[in-house]
Design a protein around this ligand. Structure first.
Ligand code: AR6
Length: 177
């Protein structure tokens, strides 16, 4: 089963890498980002600050990804990616492309880390306001395309509520569940 869909708290996942819906400062925030930093502890923030200093003085660009330890959480890595802010991409299609980039670049980085299991939250669909059904169709397609090239990878989409899981499943049908 290369794609799984579930409801829950991403900080409790036991996979090789969980993905964080970060912002370009990469040093924490609210939503799932806040939950990941709280659960993982200060080691994550320390690594994020070092990455900012040494590699990303201007911050993490939208659609790109970097990895840190998962600290105290059961997974091994956190892959921090910045999704697009809905309405701030120039066009809706540009937002679509940046959202797909976030998922693809996170998966590429997971492969480089030697990971075979990755769990994603619904990037950009909270504070960043991306319409959830539209996001579902985009990320489903992007991940399926990636899995055609890398069938060894197991990808999980985790939703914080039954409602958001239902929106995803209704938008993607048989394609991604
Ligand atoms: N486990 C799984 N999903 C979660 C969890 C959790 N523990 N907590 C929230 N979600 P958001 P964004 C869901 O707002 O839209 C931060 O301040 C949530 O219900 O976390 O990409 C960052 O620092 C929603 O469906 O991310 C950025 O500034 C989804 O995760 C900004 O928010 C994403 O919501 C990023 O905004």
């Amino acid at each position: 089963m290369p794609i799984q869909v579930k409801t829950g708290d991403i900080t409790k996942e036991t996979v090789c890498a969980i993905v964080n819906a970060a912002n370009s400062s990469c040093i924490g925030g609210g939503g799932v980002d806040g939950a990941i930093h709280r659960a993982g502890g200060p080691e994550i923030l320390e690594e994020c600050k070092r990455i900012r200093r040494e590699q990303l003085p201007d911050g993490l660009p939208t659609g790109q990804a970097v990895a840190t330890t998962a600290g105290r959480m059961p997974s091994r890595y956190v892959i921090h990616t910045v999704g697009p802010i809905w309405g701030r991409c120039g066009s809706e299609e540009a937002c679509d492309r940046l959202l797909a980039d976030s998922y693809r670049n996170s998966l590429e980085l997971a492969l480089q880390l030697g990971c075979r299991s990755v769990t994603f939250p619904a990037i950009s669909t909270g504070i960043y306001g991306f319409p959830a059904g539209r996001a579902a169709r985009i990320v489903c397609r992007a991940v399926r395309e990636f899995l055609q090239e890398h069938p060894e990878m197991e990808v999980t989409f985790i939703f914080h509520s039954e409602k958001s899981r239902r929106i995803f499943e209704e938008a993607t049908g048989e394609e991604c569940s």
